[in-house]
Design a protein around this ligand. Structure first.
Ligand code: PEP
Ligand code: MG
Length: 891
């Protein structure tokens, strides 16, 4: 009949699954089931359009009331019952149903159609006083609360009182007479609270319930759920009015829920639970323990056979796992709901692969079915979902995984304790490169400051270590070796746990589950590679990282951050000597000591990546990061001066302090770093380039094929790059001459500043490749300090919708993305062979990876553990592009 109302009954439905936007998920799937011949309780769906009309104008659209009445008649015909009548009364439920499920957020009213007269009829028909008055009091209770707004506790109080008087514990022990009395008491309560009688006119009940469900689209809960889940306000909810069926009519009745496959493991077996002689809410309420669905075969063999048949049919029809609800009323099975079932990452992969084997879907569809971000669950340890947790605070989920350990406040102490066999969690206000050795041995890292691209976050992700960053609720006192949170004080050795997937900081030890990669995972990743065209490389700083990255499918190294090689007790003294050197000669001497160590690092990485490109970035961070902390040293010098015991030491420390003062910058992220170091201290880059090329020469002698690419960070114009490129080439030629070998190499740059993106045409003439450092490019485009923004104001910006996403997590396609596009176009126009990729943290974030595919980049580079995510997202991006092309062609 069209209009605003759509009828459904077995084999007779006006809607279908395709009309989800109009009928909501629930209504559309009820119609689809009906059309498949599945037995469902007859009813009708009032469309989302009617809801939107009602929300805007506070009245029904023309004819809606007539359409509801007409459809109610059809339901009466289909069931042989009459709404509000004493004889064979029809009872209905009224439920919301948005386009996507918003569990428990909007309102429901059950048992509408009961009044004093129909209750009498029902008593006779069901021959059950208790059943009838239980249904009637539930109606008044729900109607009173949902429609009239009477607080639920007031009804609960009356029930409690009744149980007290009757000296019983559970509702179930109240008799029919008790419930009859309660029904009257509820009616009185309604009158007292609202000054109106509970409506005896059933159509009046129905109309008021529909209004309430429409209005519940804008209740507080629904609004915040929409906000969190990014559900647009203009979708509205549909309303389903459906015949009630009862699972509590005796031992030939029951109710249950299930999945067509196990949603935790993906195993192909009916999974779920049910209760005999019970209503849906009894399953949820937990008063009685439901039975596993596997036992239904024994208890009700015919019903079980029918259920298996229907659910198999539904799964084949939808070609996906179904999450279903059913009720058995006096030996007749009714399906109440079916929808695509939520599943864990492990199950999602198994199900997708199994369905390909079963011929239900093809490989492409299997790839599209997996949410790339979900793969994180598989690659990292996670907190046992059964564990009881005492959450102390929440920070940013900066690196996934789970960790338990004793807290420790310095990197050195972490190393000491781990050497003794202890498990530790490194807790710092924030981390810097000098903490790297402590991070490497810790189970997890917790910082009070810094965001998702802070040092701690970036390094932890690279190491595949769990990290909660920017947890401002914890007050860290590194000197006193303690931190405070929520009234608790944690001293060194006290146990905490971290959940890097959610950002939770938990008191004490918790049990964790180890990651495991299945054969299906490997298979799915293989399919992703068959489809994707975007390259996926790794950000890897050590041979170990490189090996892991290759195992996870990296097609090269997109970023090797060399500064991490400058730490450790063997190297740091030479690095500091180099920084403190008064002249070129002294600086060179220190660098000569570092060079062989750097060469070995590069050899290791290049060897692991044999045959694949390796981009090595020359030194980027400001030099003060390699020196002691200014404040700490100031305190030490003051102490030494007061003690007056060791004059020589005082002088040494004072001169170090002077140097630190000279290097200190107000805003080091925009200061003396990147290629600016290379220009002002050319010996440093010379040493690094020489170390790379000597490593290359030695590997070639070992007949290992290598593809080195040298990357200059943070250029702002072509002149910087021209100078440094010339230097690198000079060194390459020197090494080739000295070692009597020939090798290929590339010299390129990072694009991390808006100016560099805009002037890419000129810069590209000096570069073989561009790699967008989107961490810095986001920071410099927004003018948001990457170490401060996430902890301070970004959460508020997100809350107030000033930003839709955190730009350090999800690439800002509109601004930063536009710069990448402009830079790429201008760069490629000037140099058609220019190779272009990104290596910021966005390189492992699915929507950003897809953007990189769409604008035609050559590759993305991300930390090793995010490589499978990037591979899957890249495959999906290609499939989406193909689908779009297909659509355009079809038009
Ligand atoms: C970047 O800025 O995106 C980048 C990869 O470099 P880093 O994070 O080391 O500054
Ligand atoms: Mg950078």
């Amino acid at each position: 009949m069209g209009g605003y109302v759509y009828f459904f009954a077995q084999n007779r439905a006006e809607g279908s699954a395709e009309k989800k936007n109009l009928l909501g998920g629930k209504g559309a799937n009820l119609a689809e089931m009906a059309n498949l011949g599945v037995r469902i309780p007859p009813g009708f769906t009032i469309s989302t359009e009617a809801c939107l009309y009602y929300t805007a104008k506070h009245k029904y659209p023309d004819n809606l009331e007539e359409q509801i009445k007409e459809n109610l008649k059809k339901v009466e015909q289909a069931t042989g019952r009459k709404f509000g009548s004493r004889q064979r009364p029809l009872l209905v439920s009224v439920r919301s149903g948005a386009r996507i499920s918003m569990p428990g957020m909007m309102d429901t009213v059950l048992n509408l159609g009961l009044n004093d007269a129909s209750a009498e009829g029902l008593i006779q028909e069901a021959n059950n006083l208790r059943f009838t008055y239980d249904a009637y009091r539930r109606l008044i209770q729900m109607f009173g609360n949902v429609v009239l707004g009477i607080p639920a506790e007031k009804f609960e109080k009356l029930i409690e009182k009744k149980k007290e008087v009757r000296c019983v514990q559970d509702d179930i022990e109240l008799t029919g007479e008790d419930l009859k009395e309660l029904t009257d008491e509820f009616k009185e309560l309604t009158e007292k609270e609202k000054g109106i009688e509970f409506p005896q006119d059933s159509f009046e009940q129905l109309r008021m319930a529909i209004d309430a469900v429409f209005a519940s689209w804008n209740n507080k809960r629904a609004i915040s759920y929409r906000k969190i889940n990014k559900i647009p306000e203009h979708w509205g909810t549909a309303v389903n009015v459906q015949t009630m069926v009862f699972g509590n009519m005796g031992d030939d009745s029951g109710t249950g829920v299930g999945f067509t496959r196990d949603p935790a493991t993906g195993e192909k077996e009916l999974y779920g639970e049910y209760l005999i002689n019970a209503q849906g809410e009894d399953v949820v309420a937990g008063i009685r323990t439901p039975l596993p669905l596997s036992t239904l075969k024994k208890k009700m063999p015919a019903i079980n056979a029918e259920l298996v048949d229907i659910t198999e049919k539904l799964e084949r029809h939808y070609r996906d796992v179904q999450d279903f609800e059913f009720t058995i009323e006096k030996g007749t099975l009714f399906m109440l709901q079916t929808r695509s079932g939520k599943r864990t990452a492990q199950a999602a992969i198994k199900i997708a692969c199994d369905m390909v084997k079963e011929g239900l879907i093809d490989k492409k569809e299997a790839l599209m079915r997996i949410e790339p971000g979900q793969l994180d669950q598989l690659l990292h340890r996670r907190i046992d979902p059964q564990a009881k947790l005492e959450v102390l605070a929440s920070g940013l989920p900066a690196s996934p995984g789970a960790a338990t350990g004793g807290v420790v406040f310095t990197a050195d102490r972490a190393v000491e304790l781990v050497e003794k066999g202890e498990k530790v969690i490194l807790v710092r206000k924030e981390t810097s490169p000098e903490d790297i050795h402590g991070m490497a041995v810790a189970e997890g890292i917790l910082t009070a400051r810094g965001g998702r691209t802070s040092h701690a976050a970036v390094v932890a992700r690279g190491m595949g270590k769990c990290c909660v960053a920017g947890c401002e609720a914890i007050k860290v006192n590194e000197k006193e070796k303690e931190f405070r949170v929520n009234g608790f004080t944690f001293k060194e050795g006290d146990f905490i746990s971290l959940d890097g997937n959610t950002g939770r900081v938990i008191k004490g030890k918790v049990s964790t589950l180890e990651p495991e990669l299945s054969a299906e995972f490997t298979e799915l990743m293989k399919w992703a590679n068959e489809i994707k065209t975007l390259g996926v490389r790794a950000n890897a700083d050590t041979p170990g990282d490189a090996r892991l990255a290759r195992e996870l499918g990296a097609e090269g190294v997109g970023l090797c951050r060399t500064e991490h090689m400058f730490f450790g007790e063997k190297r740091l003294p030479y690095v500091q000597q180099m920084i403190l050197a008064e002249n070129k000669e002294d600086r060179k001497k220190a660098l000569e000591k570092l060079e062989p160590m750097q060469k070995d690092d590069f050899k290791g990485i290049l060897k692991e990546m044999e045959g694949l490109p390796v981009i090595i970035r020359l030194l980027d961070p400001p030099l003060h990061e390699f020196l002691p902390n200014y404040e700490d040293l100031l305190v030490e010098v003051s102490k030494l001066r007061m003690e007056k015991t060791d004059e020589k030491r005082v002088r040494e420390k004072e001169s170090l302090l002077e140097k630190i003062v000279a290097l200190r910058e107000v805003n080091p992220m925009l200061g003396h770093r990147g290629c600016r170091l290379g220009i002002t201290f050319p010996e440093v880059y010379d040493m690094q380039a020489r170390a790379v090329f000597e490593a290359v020469a030695e590997l070639i002698a070992e007949k290992i094929s290598v593809k080195p690419e040298i990357m200059i960070p943070l250029v702002v114009n072509e002149k910087e790059l021209a100078i440094l490129r010339k230097e690198v080439i000079r060194i390459a030629e020197e090494v080739m001459e000295e070692k009597k070998v020939k090798f290929e190499y590339k010299v390129g740059t990072m694009i991390e500043l808006p100016r560099a993106a805009l002037c890419a045409g000129k810069i590209a003439q000096q570069a073989d490749f561009f790699s967008y450092g989107t961490n810095d490019l986001t920071q410099t485009t927004f003018g948001f300090s990457r170490d401060d923004a996430e902890g301070k104001f970004i959460p508020i910006y997100l809350e107030d919708k000033i930003l839709t996403d955190n730009p350090f997590e999800i690439l800002d396609q509109e601004g930063v993305g536009e710069l990448i596009e402009i830079g790429t176009q201008r760069g490629r126009k000037a140099n058609k062979d220019l190779e272009v990729g990104i290596c910021g943290e966005h390189g492992g974030e699915p929507s950003s990876v897809k953007f990189c595919h769409r604008i035609g980049l050559d590759y993305v580079s991300c930390s090793p553990y995010r490589i499978p995510i990037a591979r899957l997202a890249a495959a999906q991006a290609k499939l989406e592009e193909d689908m779009l092309k297909e659509e355009v062609r079809a038009k």
